[in-house]
Design a protein around this ligand. Structure first.
Ligand code: SAM
Length: 284
């Protein structure tokens, strides 16, 4: 089957099946072979690897993954794409397409079935409307993974890499950096997709830490603290925490914990590092 990274081939298959793009599924298909080559290179796919692809679309990147990996499992929500994938992936016996929602399917079960529970590599050109929930699900469900190499909106890639005191710093930065090392691999302009998205895109690789970089007694509590501090960005950290009833933290307790850490009671959450959030969570 001819490469779908070549625009003419993508248009031909879309016309053959009379495919209608679904905006609600964030469908922007890649039509640039050099971007595809760079994603595969950044993900360092080898013949040993089992790859989980999220949203294969018409199978453009899936073909590249199938050529390079031992095995590919691809989860696609849109059932109209399934007959197309059957045709575009017909040459490969190492691809399993699963027609399901990545936010609902049991990903651990897929990893168990396809790779005996050993760590997989996630590679995807993500649907942008659910980038953060997908990433959080992969981490929080403790999916065995080596790395995640994904196309995301450029601003989201920047947020994942940001540190304290910058406008992009937030709950996503802290979650990503707690679990992984983020590196932007490529910036990708809108004309590399059909249809063109309204935003710039970037490929980012998240390499999972063998051990988290900080010691936290209760991860759930730390992330609840983080969410409460960034939920009200303009407020001081103490107000952010005490305004979140689910945390049950008194103003005195929050102020005392900051004092013990030599931090001002007027400090804002956006000034705290991951280490400081971990310490705060362990103290409260
Ligand atoms: N991988 C293809 C490519 O690079 O050309 C398509 C990428 S497109 C940006 C995102 C894909 O994710 C679409 O095929 C869309 O139907 C699919 N998708 C959207 N929401 C999904 C979900 N919740 N679970 C699984 N797939 C989803």
């Amino acid at each position: 089957m001819a490469s779908l990274g070549i625009p003419r081939n993508t248009i031909e298959i879309l016309q053959k099946y009379n495919f209608n793009f679904q905006k609600k599924f964030g469908q922007n298909f890649l039509i640039d072979t050099s971007v595809l080559d760079r994603i595969i290179a950044a993900a360092e796919i080898t013949e040993e690897d089992c790859v989980l692809e999220i949203g294969p679309g018409i199978g453009t990147m899936t073909q590249y993954l199938a050529e390079n990996a031992r095995e590919v499992a691809a989860v696609e929500i849109d059932r109209n794409l399934i007959p197309i994938l059957e045709e575009t992936l017909a040459d490969y016996d190492n691809v399993t397409v699963i027609n399901d929602d990545i936010l609902k399917v049991d990903i651990n079960k897929i990893v168990e079935q396809r790779n005996g529970g050993r760590p997989v590599k996630v590679v995807a050109n993500l649907p942008y409307y659910i980038t953060t929930p997908i990433i959080m699900r992969l981490f929080e469900k403790q999916i065995p993974l080596q790395s995640i190499t994904i196309m995301v909106q450029k601003e989201v890639a920047e947020r994942m890499q940001s540190g304290p005191g910058t406008k992009d710093y937030g709950a996503l930065s802290l979650a990503v950096q707690y679990y992984a090392k983020p590196e932007v691999v490529a910036n990708v302009p809108p004309n590399c997709f059909i249809p063109r998205p309204n935003v710039g895109s970037a490929v980012i690789r998240l390499t999972r830490h063998a051990e988290p970089p900080v010691h936290v007694e209760d991860e759930k509590k730390m992330f609840a603290l983080i969410r409460a501090s960034f939920g009200q960005r303009r407020k001081t950290l103490v107000n952010g925490l005490t305004n979140a009833p689910e945390l049950g933290i008194s103003k005195e307790r929050a102020t005392a914990a900051l004092e013990e850490m030599n931090l001002s009671p007027m400090i804002r959450g956006e000034a705290l590092t991951l280490e400081q959030f971990a310490e705060l969570s362990n103290r409260i």
